[in-house]
Design a protein around this ligand. Structure first.
Ligand code: PGA
Length: 250
């Protein structure tokens, strides 16, 4: 069975000191079992710090990057390539997060460049999709999600997973009904099967206001293979609590 993924997206938060105490708490309060993978996505500038702590303490934690740059054929000041991300010890990368689509104008062309860079460097892609509040109200959630997924057609199936993150749910404390999460996840899974010839089941994670109170019931849904957690992952005790609750049920 593919392990459940519990992913911490720290966004633009944290400091060297915070990271040391976060990991210290996690290490002393969580015993990770085989069926769960925890993936930390700190800011790029702290990837090396996290990597060193994880290696020195032989921790069962995986590393992910919140972003990657496309390989460009011109010099790129400030760019961080897929090769560099890999070199920093990451095996995962988030691509298509709505905050990047919206605030950094990441369109399909840009996303494809990032996807190609990730694939070339054998980084597992966590591709984020999700509808806005207006799109949900307008009844076009599934249409929007299918459109966002089209970019994945024909890519190497083993490196792809999807995170369903309704834009209106991120950081708001609101989540869709459980029926709606299950419904959209099923749409994603069946839609993706048409894109890949070997029909492998692509893991689909839920993200958007996941916390200690709702994580367990979301994870109980058949089509939820993991969680992508923002705000609640900043506090090591709530992230650890979520991991422990899910571990206890497995
Ligand atoms: P949130 O963020 O858990 O704070 O809603 C999730 C995300 O943006 O990945």
């Amino acid at each position: 069975m593919t392990p459940i993924k519990i992913i911490a997206n720290w966004k633009m938060n944290g400091s060297h000191e915070d990271i040391i105490s976060w990991i210290d708490y996690f290490q002393n309060n969580v015993e990770i079992k085989n069926q769960i993978n925890c993936i930390l996505c700190p800011p790029l500038c702290y990837l090396d710090t996290v990597k060193k702590i994880v290696l020195n303490n032989k921790l069962d934690l995986h590393l992910g990057s919140q972003d990657v740059y496309a390989d460009l054929d011109h010099p790129s000041t400030g760019g961080v390539s897929g090769r560099m991300i890999k070199d920093l010890g990451c095996n995962y990368v988030l691509i298509g997060h709505s905050e990047r689509r919206i605030h950094f104008q990441e369109n399909e062309g840009i996303l494809l460049g990032k996807i190609n860079s990730a694939i070339k460097n054998k980084l597992n892609i966590i591709f984020c999709v999700g509808e806005t509040f207006e799109q949900r109200e307008g009844g076009i959630t599934k249409k929007i999600i299918k459109k966002q997924l089209r970019i994945l057609r024909g890519l190497p199936v083993g490196l792809i997973s999807v995170a369903y993150e309704p834009v209106w749910s991120i950081g708001t404390g609101k989540i869709p009904s459980l029926e709606s999460i299950e419904d959209v996840h099923q749409v994603i899974k069946s839609g993706l099967k048409d894109y890949f010839t070997n029909k492998k089941d692509i893991p689909v994670y839920y993200g958007g206001s996941v916390n200690l109170d709702n994580a367990e019931m979301i994870m109980k849904l058949d089509s939820v293979d993991g969680l992508l957690i923002g705000a609640a992952s900043l506090d090591s005790s709530s992230f650890s609590g979520i991991v422990n609750k899910i571990t206890a049920k497995k």
